[in-house]
Design a binder for this molecule. Structure first.
Ligand SMILES: NC(=O)c1ccc[n+]([C@@H]2O[C@H](COP(=O)([O-])OP(=O)(O)OC[C@H]3O[C@@H](n4cnc5c(N)ncnc54)[C@H](OP(=O)(O)O)[C@@H]3O)[C@@H](O)[C@H]2O)c1
Length: 299
């Protein structure tokens, strides 16, 4: 069973982890730092980031990144590429969950905006540093809830008939469509960079702090979930297992993929719909104004 001890030495490597101030991102950043990686905590709140860095120890830096604001995404990417021309690991972990409809600074539905569009732009802006680093990997964190997701390209921002669970599921399906399309583009370009996906199973974190405390799911949630450290293992395996390769998706091996040691898992058919992935990619480039450049152009 793959576990913490299987994370190989990361000495001399650089990782950027989004949403590293809390939950699974914090656990991921700490595990990488413990293996000698220099970890950049990309966080929306610098004070929380500094506190997380102090708790992690090792070699860390903190960069301000608010995925709900494209100008912050651009500023963070510019700062990072200025200080780190080479990046070995980009962990697209940060996630927003919102019980009511809200929008990012640029007018995107919040969950799609943070979970997919912000990461789409951030990854595109860091692609030069990733492509310059042989063996680099991008790991995008999705969820079992991608299975309930549907991409209505005519109303991507869910302005009509908003349901928060459907919006979250859509954002997590978008994460997988993005991760797999990026894999196909990288493979076609013969790049020495890989794109993988992971999901943590069920983890009782601050992600659900907006949920109604009266809901039964709150009580049940605590019973069927695992710790952030265990939840981070799928991401860590996708990021560091020498046997892992581009296009794979890792998640817990237990019942319903809620708990357990990480293994490769299957995404649903929609996540592998290449025409849909292409449509979402084009729309994401248009909405964010971030183009991935000539190396990763579809044929
Ligand atoms: N928990 C689960 O059961 C579960 C299940 C499936 C998938 N996931 C996925 O796992 C990932 C991590 O979630 P988690 O459970 O660890 O949640 P969490 O404890 O709430 O952590 C989420 C992280 O994302 C950050 N974040 C939120 N909005 C952001 C923004 N606009 N810009 C930058 N960072 C932002 C948060 O920053 P602050 O610290 O400033 O709030 C926090 O560091 C997410 O992608 C989530 O969708 C979680």
């Amino acid at each position: 069973m793959w576990g913490d001890d299987d994370v190989p030495s990361q000495a001399g490597r650089v990782a950027v982890v989004t949403g590293a101030s809390a939950g699974i991102g914090f656990a991921t950043a700490r595990a990488l730092a413990e293996r000698g990686c220099h970890v950049v905590l990309a966080v929306r709140d610098l004070a929380r980031g500094a506190d997380a860095a102090a708790r992690i120890g090792g070699s860390t830096a903190v960069v301000r990144l608010d995925l709900a604001a494209l100008d912050s995404v651009r500023a963070a990417a510019a700062e990072l590429t200025g200080t780190h021309p080479k990046i070995d690991l980009l962990i697209n972990n940060a996630g927003a969950w919102s019980a009511t409809r809200a929008e990012t600074r640029d007018g995107f539905e919040l969950q799609l905006g943070v979970n997919h569009l912000g990461h789409f732009a951030f990854t595109g802006l860091l692609m030069g540093a990733l492509l310059a680093t042989p063996g680099s990997r991008i790991v995008t964190v999705s969820s079992v809830s991608h299975r309930g997701g549907a991409m209505d390209m005519a109303d991507l921002q869910m302005r009509q008939n908003y349901r928060h669970t459907a919006a979250y599921a859509r954002s997590k399906l978008a994460d997988l469509l993005f991760a797999f399309e990026l894999h196909r583009l990288l493979a076609r370009a013969d790049a020495a960079t890989a794109s993988l996906a992971a999901h943590p199973g069920g983890v009782w974190t601050g992600l659900f702090r907006g949920a109604n405390p009266a809901l039964l799911v709150h009580t049940l949630g605590r019973l069927v979930t695992q710790s952030p450290e265990r939840g981070a293992l799928a991401t860590l395996r996708a990021a560091t297992d020498p046997e892992a390769s581009g296009g794979e998706y890792y998640g817990p091996s237990g019942i319903g993929e809620l708990k357990g040691a990480p293994k490769t898992v299957r995404a649903n058919a929609k996540a592998h719909d290449q025409a849909l992935a292409r449509q979402l990619w084009d729309e994401s480039e248009r909405l964010t104004g971030v183009a991935y450049g000539p190396t990763l152009r579809p044929s």
